[in-house]
Each structure stands twice: as C-alpha cells, then as structure tokens.
Design a protein around this ligand. Structure first.
Ligand code: SF4
Ligand code: SF4
Length: 289
C-alpha cells in the first residue's frame, strides 16, 4: 500500500468510525435512532480544474480549494496541488426513507429530524475530521463552516453558495446530478453531503462518469421523471428545478407543519428524494415501471 493509500484508508476510517460509533449520530427522537447509515468517502485534488470550472457553472464566487484554504490560513504558503478535498455522503436510514416515501405533502418526522439534527451530526463530523487532521499535523478546514461562507445569487442557478457540498462530491467521484438537482450516488439521492479541505496528499477517487447527469435516467435515457410527480408544489418539471417555488414550500409551509405537528423548529421536504428510482441507488431502466 502506498502512503497516499494509507492516508486515504485512515481518513475514510475516521469518517466511518464517527458515524458508526459516535453517540452524536442521532435523530434526537425518543428511540435515539441513528441519523445516518455507513458513509461513502471520496477524494479530489486541490488543483483539479473542475473547481475552476465551477466559477462558470455555479458562479464566479464559488471557491477553489486553494482560495478558501489561503483565505483561512492567511500567510500560509501552499500550492493548490498540495491540497485534497475529502468529501463524504451520509445516506439516510431505511426507516427515514420508508417514512418519507409515504408522504405526499409534508416531510415525515424522521425526515425533518434528519434535516435539522442530521445536519448537526454533519457539522460535528466536519469538526471532528478537521480536528483529527490538525492533531496529526495536517492543516484543514471545512468550507461550509468557514465564517466567509455565504449564499449568493447565481444567474443559472438562482441561488447558490461559495462552496457546494454536492459539487465537491461530484468532483470526488461520488455521484452525478439528477433532474431535481439532487446528487445521485451509489447509495442513492436520499443523503446529506459534507467535505473538508486539507493540506494532505491523497490520490483522487476516479470519477466513473464524464457527464454531470450520467446517473439520472431522464438525461441518460429519456425516461423516468418520477421526481416530477413526487413534488407537491410543482417545483419540478422537464425543465428542471424551480428553486424559488421549492424554497417557498420549505419555508414557511413545512416549517409551520413541523413546528405544529412534530414540536420542534425545523423544516424539510425530500419528497423528490424518496419514492423514486434513484432514492437508494444508481437507477437502471428496470427500476422504472
Ligand atoms: S427520479 Fe428519475 S428523473 Fe428524477 S432524478 Fe431520479 S432518475 Fe432522474
Ligand atoms: S424538495 Fe420538495 S418542494 Fe423541493 S423540489 Fe423536491 S419535492 Fe419539490
């Protein structure tokens, strides 16, 4: 095993151990159920030109790994090729997906918990990965937790941000985009994603695709479109994802519902991520009736 393979195995284990063994991986419900199943982990290089291309495809404000690293560690001299983006996918549990599959307007209790408390798990995982790397002498940061991270208006995407976890995952070989904008991974689209940028040398994960929509049956084979009919507010069509319509359902509509029915401050939907052929896997035409 090469040294970079050793480091890849080590980091992957740090992430998997946290999700497998940490008491923090919880939906915070009465049964204290876990928020996520076993993660997928991928790596991409800090100087991968794909990150530069996101300035065109997402917006000029989207950071390269080198930009956010040098803005965080000011005065630290580092070359882009010395950096690695560590990206992970946290699949929703069977129970969370099964519950949300039954919904037709609002999120299930578990799904809304996964959106709020699950994301808290994801934040703790980012901090844990950063701390573990730092303790071992590798400077690291989580772009989503950087004080500079912000949402932006973007011409093609309406709303975007200075770092996109799904785009980091795409760059790191973990999946491609679907009609509804979600990332379809080998564990499906019902997931949350996270990432850390570190000064560490790890070989990139091979991207088993060349097209950014390769795993979506609508784009690859002209079939499916099941996510369109799952959307309760008509935010999905053959033209794609109407973000403004989607967001106005999330807040205030689902936020009010979650508060009055489940008793906590939350929101969520994910109907287009569940009850669809790409929910838990890369779909094939056999998955479309
Ligand atoms: S449900 Fe079908 S059309 Fe929608 S993202 Fe998944 S594979 Fe693509
Ligand atoms: S998250 Fe909900 S509202 Fe938004 S596109 Fe998906 S199904 Fe529609």
């Amino acid at each position: 095993m090469t040294m970079t393979a050793d480091l890849a195995t080590w980091i992957e284990q740090v992430i998997k151990d946290f999700i497998e063994n940490s008491a923090e991986n919880t939906l915070q419900n009465k049964a204290n159920e876990r928020a996520f199943d076993e993660p997928l982990v991928g790596f991409s290089k800090g100087d991968d030109p794909i990150y530069e291309s996101y300035k065109t495809y997402v917006g000029p404000f989207h950071w390269t790994p080198h930009e956010i690293f040098t803005q965080t560690f000011k005065g630290f001299s580092v070359r882009p090729e010395e950096l690695t983006v560590i990206s992970w996918i946290l699949p929703q549990t069977k129970a969370t997906k099964a519950d949300n599959r039954k919904q037709s307007m609002y999120p299930s209790d578990r799904w809304a918990r996964a959106r709020i408390y699950g994301e808290e798990v994801n934040v703790k995982l980012r901090k844990h990965v950063v701390a573990t790397l730092q303790e071992n002498g590798y400077e690291a940061l989580a772009p989503m937790l950087a004080p500079l991270w912000e949402m932006k208006k973007s011409e093609p995407y309406v709303i975007a941000s200075t770092w996109s976890e799904r785009h980091a995952a795409y760059a790191s070989g973990l999946g491609t985009f679907g009609l509804c904008d979600g990332l379809i991974t080998p564990r499906g689209k019902a997931m949350r994603a996270g990432s850390v940028v570190a000064r560490i040398k790890i070989s990139p994960t091979k991207r088993p695709y060349t097209d950014h929509q390769a795993y979506c049956l609508f784009f690859s084979q002209g079939i499916c479109g099941k996510c369109i009919s799952r959307c309760p507010v008509g935010a999905l069509s053959e033209e794609g994802h109407d973000k403004l319509r989607c967001f106005s359902h999330l807040k205030p509509v689902t936020a009010d519902y979650v508060k009055s029915n489940y008793g906590f401050d939350g929101y969520g939907c994910g109907l287009c991520q569940t009850g669809v052929p790409c929910e838990s896997k890369i779909p094939t035409k056999l998955d479309v009736e």
